[in-house]
Structure formats: C-alpha cells, structure tokens
Write a protein of this length. Structure first.
Length: 508
C-alpha cells in the first residue's frame, strides 16, 4: 500500500503404465503425494523437515529421455497458471554425469506422458526438456548457463500456456528461456523429481525454499484485487527461508520488535503484532488511526511506533503520527500530506519521510515531536524510502533521478548526495543491517517503470556492502509492493522478515 501508489486506493478499501503404485501418504509439506514413475529398480523416497521446510528426495530410474521416463516424483495437482521454485543441489558426487533433479509438469503418471521439465544435470547442464505427446521423443532447450556442483535455483512457470524455465547459481540473477507450442491439459501433476540415470543406483537431492505459487490473474486490478500473503523469515547466512504465517488476504511490510520476539505488519488498515513463539496475531491499538498504509517504523529504542494513516480530515491524505509500540492514542506529526513515513533517527529526534509537495515527491525530515518539516532532496523525479544508518551518519534512499530507480545516500542535512547502485534493475527500499555494514533492498525487473513498485512480480532481495559493491541475491520472490517496504532486519542482524504472495484457498 505504501507511498506513491497507495494514494490510488484511498477511496476503495494412456501410455506405459508406471510399475510402482503411489506410495502411502506421508507428511510431504506442500505436496499431495509421491510415486515412482516408470520402471525403477529401487523405490524412491521423500523426507520432509517441517522445521526447516526442506526436502530430501531419493530416486532411481534409467533416464528421463526418448519416449519414456523413469524417476521418483513428489507432486501436487495443479490447475491454471503457477510458479514452481526451489533451491536444489545433488547429495554426493554421484555415478552418472546426467543424473537429474528439478521440476516436472505432466498430465499423468505414465512413463510416456507428455511433459515440460526443468532439469539440472549432474554435470551442470540446465535443460528445458519436453515431450509434445504421449510416446513422442523428448526434445530440449539447453540453458546457456552451466551450473556444475552448484547450489542452484530452479524455477518453472506456466503462464497462459507458455512455459518459462529460470535458473541460476544461488546468489546470481536468473537466466530465463521460454517454451511455446507444447499443450498440456489444465489439470496436471506438478512437482519435484530425482532420476539417477542409472537404474542400479539411487541418487539424492536436497530441495529448500520450495515455493508453489499461484500468481495473480492477468486481469487483476491493482489496489482493489489482492491475493494471499506469506510471512517469511530468511536466514541471511544460509539463505534458507521459512514461512511462519499465511493469510488469504493482504498483509504487508513486516518489521521486527527490539526484543526479537515479534513482527509488526500492516493488514487492511490496521497494524498487527505477530508473536514468533506462539504464532499468534493480535491487533495493535492505534486509536482512531485505522486506515494505515504499510509505512510504519519503530524507534531505535523500540518504545514508539511511527505510522502513516490516511486522515479523513485531510481528504484521505497520508499523515505521519506516532504512538507507543504497545498501543495508544496517535499524535499527529506532519501538518501536510501526503506524507509517507520511512525512517527514525537513532537518537530518536527526527523522522524522515516522503512528501508530495507541488506534484513532486521528495524526502523530508521533521522533529519526532512535531514542528516544521525540512526538505532534503529536490532532484526531479521520485525520491523515496529514506532510512538512517544505525550510527546516524547517513540517510539511504532510492531515487529515479538517473532514469532508473537506484539506491543513493546523503548526510542527514541533505548534503553529499551520492549514488550507490548502478545496474539494470529498479532498486527500492534500502534497509541497513544493525551493524551498519550491509544493506538489503528489493529489485524490480527493468520492464517495471522506474517510479513504480507494483504488487505481484518476480522480484529479488539483494544484499551488498553499504559503501557499494556487487549485489548478491539472497531471495527470489513473487511479491513486490509490501514485500520489504520497512526496516526488516532482526535485532541480531541474522535474519530478515518479508512478505511473498500466492493465491491461497484457505487461511492457515
């Protein structure tokens, strides 16, 4: 809901049969069941670590090629458009260079079924393989990227009959290729597989960050139509992600309480506290402020919460208020609107925010107790997302003044404005780690306009040193608006909280 875009919503709130039957139902996380497809000498297995939300899959099978496939498959029945994503690697050196792991989509569990498959081979080949009809010969499109011995990201998407495979070594940006002209029925089996490429052995793969995403419909109306929300926690060092809470509607922009025990996020105009131990949610009392957007920031001492609420007395313009973190009556801080809060100075004296004044969005600061606002930027184009460093020496922000949205920084008085990132992505919302050494930000693809940060896109969370350097991807996310709008580092600097999105059939 934040900033530039939120103002738009103020007014509206059969072939060869398999030889091994489907195995008995187990705890399989996101999947419905598992099976050995085709002829396999050794039964496959799937184990699921519910705490880490990781899978280990073992499979045999001679090959997935020519007119038939032999492999172990853990699957979910899917219809319509969907996105399959995982971080995967082989366990051990293996026997055959072309052992395979990855995603496959097929209308049946027959060995000769048509399919579209994103396969990572043991020698590093990433291949988009497909069979157009039952019993037809397998074809493939090889990725230009080779990922030998890689901790790989493998993504397979079905988008209105087009199939897209995206792969990368974890930490790098994705390389994508698409496939048209292969027709599979609407209802399919979609899931992870392991094929040993040698029926005398069993190969294993580890799969983490597994996400089966149902994206927004192509005709959805932004800021009116919403899909479900996942509250995720990312371990920065390992890159492992876990989903801790789901909701069929829209919640956005989590940040951490000072004690590290809870997250605060915005949901449908209210602010909520999510207790990490009990996994329970309680509404925060913000008095009359019940039309909050997703711009909310805790003071460095954790005692106060600054919020952006759409004030009826100001024709629905976003106004900055402060309120005790435990709840209470909000105190108005900004006289003018729209004003969208983003940062609090470490000494507690100043708030920084984005203000629209005379059709320009610039960065302002104001005493945390109220008073006259001070304009800090004046470059043409959108400036947004200001946040103080923990030592108070800089304010980091994002600006479209170069033609693309990039990360910048300046002194607290607005002097010394300098660009930090310079690449083809549109980079938003820099968040500085508690030790002041690193920052994380969200990167939108180049085709998204520089001054927009929409919902429901393929985005990246990237990490880099605060003084500049080569960004490293730490999360591949279906999200965007509301994913990481506010400071979201854990107090110990080890974890990040963020929101991803998927249409959900039930609240969990």
């Amino acid at each position: 809901m934040r900033c530039l875009s939120f103002r738009r919503i103020v007014a509206h709130w059969m072939g060869i049969a398999m030889t091994v039957p489907i195995l008995g139902a187990q705890t399989l996380g996101a999947f419905d069941s598992q099976a050995d497809v085709g002829s396999t000498r050794h039964p496959g297995t799937t184990s699921y670590d519910s705490q880490r939300q990781q899978y280990v899959i073992a499979g045999s099978g001679q090959n997935m090629w020519n007119d038939r496939d032999d492999f172990h498959f853990v699957w979910k029945r899917m219809t319509g458009n969907f996105i399959l994503s995982t971080r995967a690697h082989f366990i051990g050196k293996g026997v055959e260079a072309h052992r395979k792991i990855g995603w496959t989509i097929r209308p049946s569990l027959d060995a000769n079924s048509p399919h579209v498959t994103a396969a990572l081979h043991g020698d590093g080949l990433a291949s988009l393989q497909f069979r157009r009809a039952a019993g037809a010969m397998t074809e493939e499109n090889k990725s230009a990227d080779s990922l030998p011995d890689a901790d790989a990201v493998i993504q397979l998407e079905r988008r209105d009959g087009v199939y897209l495979m995206s792969v990368a070594r974890f930490g790098d940006t994705l390389a994508t290729q698409q496939l048209t002209g292969v027709r599979l029925p609407d209802t399919v089996y979609a899931g992870l597989f392991v094929c040993a490429h040698n029926d005398s052995v069993v190969e294993r793969g580890t799969f983490s960050n597994v996400r089966i995403t149902t994206p927004a419909k192509s005709d959805f109306v932004p800021y009116r139509d919403y899909i479900g929300s996942n509250l995720e926690i990312l371990d920065v060092a390992s890159g492992n992600r876990t989903i801790v809470h789901r909701y069929r509607g829209s919640f956005q922009a989590p940040n951490w309480t000072l004690d590290g025990k809870a997250l605060i996020y915005a949901q449908e105009g209210r602010l909520y506290r999510f207790d990490l131990a009990s996994r329970t949610t309680t509404v925060i009392n913000t008095g009359f402020a019940t039309r909050n957007n997703n711009d909310h920031v805790l003071s460095f001492d954790g005692r106060m919460l600054a919020i952006s609420n759409h004030a009826p007395e100001d024709s629905g313009a976003s106004i900055v208020y402060t309120v005790p973190t435990a709840g209470g009556t909000p105190k108005r801080i900004t006289a003018k609107g729209p004003s969208y809060l983003h940062g609090w100075s470490p000494d507690g004296r100043w708030l920084v925010y984005v203000g629209q004044r005379h059709d320009e969005f610039d960065i302002y600061k104001i005493p945390a107790t109220g008073g006259a606002e001070i304009r800090l930027t004046s470059a043409p184009g959108l400036d947004d997302g200001p946040e103080y460093t923990p030592n108070g020496r800089y304010i980091y922000f994002n600006s479209a003044r170069s033609g693309r949205m990039q990360i910048w920084r300046m002194r607290p008085d607005g002097s010394g404005q300098e660009q930090i990132t310079n690449d083809s992505f549109n980079n938003w919302f820099p968040h500085i780690s508690p030790d002041g050494k690193s920052m994380v930000f969200i990167s939108f693809p180049p085709e998204v306009p520089a001054d927009d940060h929409p919902f429901y896109k393929h985005v990246l969370l990237r990490l880099m040193p605060v003084n500049g350097g080569r960004p490293r991807v730490i999360a591949y996310v279906y999200g965007g608006q509301g994913t990481i709008n506010v400071p979201s580092w854990s107090p110990d600097g080890r974890r990040l909280a963020f929101v991803s999105n998927s249409a959900l059939t039930e609240e969990k």
